[in-house]
Design a protein around this ligand. Structure first.
Ligand SMILES: [Ca+2]
Length: 498
């Protein structure tokens, strides 16, 4: 009876929000090459429990949905797990696929829940291996390809077919939403599979993997090759305070946030110990290490920069790269994919030669640095990129540089209609920090794709314990938010993008 009723709704009330045209169980009959559906089950409101048991609160308010799980095997060594969640009623007619973090290895359930709650059909993949670590790499080049680019594309094709089977028609619009590894996945899609998505939201993209991860390893080497260079974590607040002292007011507001860190010419020498207590100053080797971390690695012969450094203002998170241990993701990438030697010692990295070696091994499948987005843009695709200026893990200028490369290839006019970058002052990696890190990126992207309204400014907020205590516009690069001179500096309305 349910099928008949749903069909009646679709046929006679076609303008209302589409509801399921088939039962959830019947989706099992969907045929996509190399796909085995392992679960197709209606989930009552609030009934979903994630396998890891985390994020329970986010699932309690979910409406009834059809949960589909499948395994994709585009090549024999592939084992790509995907899930597609389909709201039983109130579907907004669109697909939102969500990205992964670090080595992936798990379905992104919390992000799927957010998309589903907003009315989207949601999709996610584990990218072809289980566990957020590098254990899948050795002896499995095809699994590396799945992680690098193939799993997301295969998932997208399968998700659209499953949506079509359930609702009787495919998504009107398809969106990608990811940050970090998810940002890399975003740009891989735009570069390699221009027809998959109409709109792509790419946050803090982990692109140029070969050099990015090499630079992350180099940062650890910088402070640990000789331990006198190590900067104890308790000194970072001191350094951050000195940066704010010199640069916070350059944007006209002493508010703990640098609107444009490129204007801040901070010289770590101001913290050099003159005499006495070394806990409140930096030794000469520490000053040297700090300077290097701001600058980034350079070619030892030519002095040419090999990758950007971190920005002033991000110091409170520097324990990520310059802490007691190297960042696991970065050192594992070099161990298992570049040198194929689990005993490789990160302290031996030589950016001048090893970055080139890494590019030879990784660029093809993992770098996602190709700036030619013409096929994506020519079919009407829109790309919205964002990156926190206080990202302590992925140098923000890497994203700025990629954006500039894209604009160079497309030309300013074409790029302005299809690709925009929002640099977020004071935001850490993907979220957090003193900056206004909460904003509706997918909403802005949907306005652009569906209504042709390109985002100039996106209002964002900062929250403390769930309460909004500041709003401010995020501005399309290279514009920055400028205080108009009157009214509260914690209200977006009192700022212009200039
Ligand atoms: Ca400021």
């Amino acid at each position: 009876m349910k099928i008949t009723h749903s069909l009646f709704v679709v046929i006679f009330f076609g303008l209302s929000l589409p509801a399921a045209a088939a039962t959830c169980e019947s989706v099992r009959g969907t045929t996509v090459p190399h796909m085995t559906i392992t679960l197709a089950q209606q989930v009552p409101p609030g009934d979903f429990t994630a396998p890891a048991g985390r994020g329970a609160e986010a699932y309690k308010s979910l409406p009834t949905f059809c949960r589909v799980a499948a395994t994709l095997t585009p090549v024999p060594d592939s084992e790509i797990k995907i899930e597609v969640w389909l709201p039983e009623s109130g579907w907004n007619g669109k697909l939102e696929s969500v990205g992964n973090g670090a080595w992936a290895g798990t379905i992104s359930y919390p992000a799927m829940a957010t998309a589903l709650a907003a009315g989207y059909a949601a999709a996610s993949t584990d990218t072809g291996h289980t566990g957020n670590n590098a254990n899948f790499i050795t002896g499995h080049p095809e699994k590396v390809a799945d992680f690098g680019y193939r799993a997301v594309h295969e998932m997208t094709v399968a998700a659209k077919a499953i949506i079509s089977a359930y609702y009787g028609s495919g998504p009107k619009y398809s969106y990608w939403n990811g940050c970090s590894t998810g940002g890399r996945q975003a740009l891989m899609e735009a570069q390699r599979f221009p027809n998959d998505y109409d709109g792509i939201l790419a946050g803090a993209p982990a692109i140029y993997s070969s050099r990015l991860q090499g630079t992350q390893v180099w940062a650890s080497q910088t402070v640990h090759k000789d331990e006198v260079s190590y900067i104890p974590p308790e000194k970072y607040p001191l350094i951050h305070e000195a940066v704010l002292q010199q640069c916070d007011s350059l944007d006209g507001l002493k508010d703990g946030v640098l609107e444009d860190p490129k204007k801040c010419k901070f010289d770590p020498k101001v913290l050099a110990c003159k005499s006495g207590d070394p806990t409140s100053c930096l030794t000469a080797p520490q000053v040297e290490a700090l300077t290097k971390l701001y600058t980034g690695p350079k070619d030892s012969k030519t002095g040419r920069p090999l990758f950007p450094g971190l920005e002033p203002g991000s110091e409170l998170g520097w324990n990520t790269l310059a802490g007691p241990q190297p960042m696991a993701l970065a050192s594992e990438l070099y161990k298992y994919l570049v040198f194929e030697n689990p005993n490789w010692d990160y302290k031996t990295i030589n950016p001048t030669t090893d970055f080139i070696l890494a590019e030879k091994k990784l660029a093809d499948g993992m770098d996602a640095a190709n700036p030619n987005l013409k096929p994506f843009v020519d079919r009407g695709g829109k790309l919205l990129m964002y990156h926190g200026w206080s990202d302590p893990g992925i140098a923000p200028m890497n994203t700025v540089q990629y954006y500039k490369n894209v604009v160079d290839i497309l030309g300013a006019s074409k790029a302005g209609n299809a690709v925009r970058l929002f640099m977020i002052p004071g935001m850490n990696h993907c979220q957090g920090g003193p900056g206004t890190d909460k904003f509706d990126g997918i909403g802005a992207l949907a306005q652009w794709v569906e209504k042709g309204k390109a985002p100039e400014r996106i209002d964002a907020s900062h929250q403390t314990s769930g309460k909004v205590d500041r709003t401010r516009p995020l501005c399309a690069y290279p514009q920055v938010a400028v205080y108009k001179g009157s009214g509260s500096s914690d209200e977006a309305a009192n700022f212009d993008c200039r």
